[in-house]
Design a protein. Structure first.
Length: 248
């Protein structure tokens, strides 16, 4: 098989028809099994195009998730290669996110519970801020929309025939569309794509009919959940966002 990507905690291999996500030894086994279960729940209970789960197992002492390979280009690649048409790809990107959010997949973790647990366990956020963020989170309505949780152009593959597939379901939950949009906004911002982040937010608000200010109220919360990952180069940037508490 060919190595197609290398990350801190895993390598990704491909052959003609399959993709193997091969995790480093010592990576949390429950996280890996949870990712496979999440992918499988989305495959079974949503109307979306997602890669079929083929196998979960061990290869030389390392856990592997084996899935169907989707032949095509990610929206990230298309945005880079064909940057004149970036607006067209951003439109498609938002339309696909809205199509995801139309689904309901029972049994997935609830976003408010997941975020509450993360914030309560955070050791790098001061207690006052934590308290305020938890209050705000509790005040948010309970929704059951399918939230990808890591929705970014590198996780959407467009086939030659135009069919669109969404990959990388490790962080999927059920919950609030605004939280998922705030997370996407933050992913663009962390990547230093501020202009695209703003364009995305305006377009998502327009197409979803959700007030932009409502999505922005989630930004400090999602920034705080990202902070708990403790990635050194992100900490300063994230603390700025966490402290923008005044979106009313
Ligand atoms: N089923 C698939 N078919 C085709 N390509 C895939 C598939 N799964 C993963 N890839 C490719 O491998 C890359 C990384 O896979 P994935 O998104 O699942 O892992 P990741 O750890 O989240 O990586 P990233 O940091 O890029 O998001 C994708 O951006 C895509 O290019
Ligand atoms: Mg990915």
């Amino acid at each position: 098989m060919e190595l197609i990507a290398k990350r801190k905690n895993k390598e990704i291999f491909a052959d003609k028809n399959t993709i193997v996500k091969l995790y480093n030894e010592g990576h949390s086994q429950s996280d890996i099994l949870n990712e496979a279960l999440n992918q499988s729940r989305v495959e079974e209970y949503s109307n979306l195009n997602v890669p079929k789960l083929i196998e979960v197992g061990k290869i030389e002492n390392r856990w592997a998730i084996i899935s169907e390979k989707i032949e095509g280009k990610t929206i990230s690649e298309l945005m880079k290669e064909d940057s004149e048409n970036i607006d067209k790809y951003l439109n498609l990107f938002v339309d696909v996110q809205l199509a995801i959010l139309e689904n309901e997949v029972p049994l997935l973790n609830r976003i408010k519970e997941k975020f509450t647990r993360k914030l309560e366990n955070a050791t790098n956020i001061d207690e006052n801020t934590k308290y305020e963020l938890l209050q705000r989170l509790q005040g948010m309505k309970n929704h059951q929309k399918l939230c990808h949780g890591d929705y970014h152009p590198s996780n959407v593959i467009v086939k030659e025939d135009g069919a669109v597939y969404v990959i990388d379901w490790a962080h999927v939950t059920q919950g609030n569309a605004s939280a998922d949009a705030a997370r996407t906004y933050l992913l663009f911002s962390i990547d230093k794509q501020e202009e695209l982040a703003e364009k995305y937010l305006n377009l998502f608000a327009e197409k979803s009919g959700i007030e932009k200010s409502h999505i922005q109220r989630w930004i400090p919360i999602v920034a705080a959940t990202q902070m708990t990952k403790n990635i050194p180069e992100e900490q300063e940037f994230l603390s700025k966002w966490i402290n923008v508490m005044d979106f009313e």
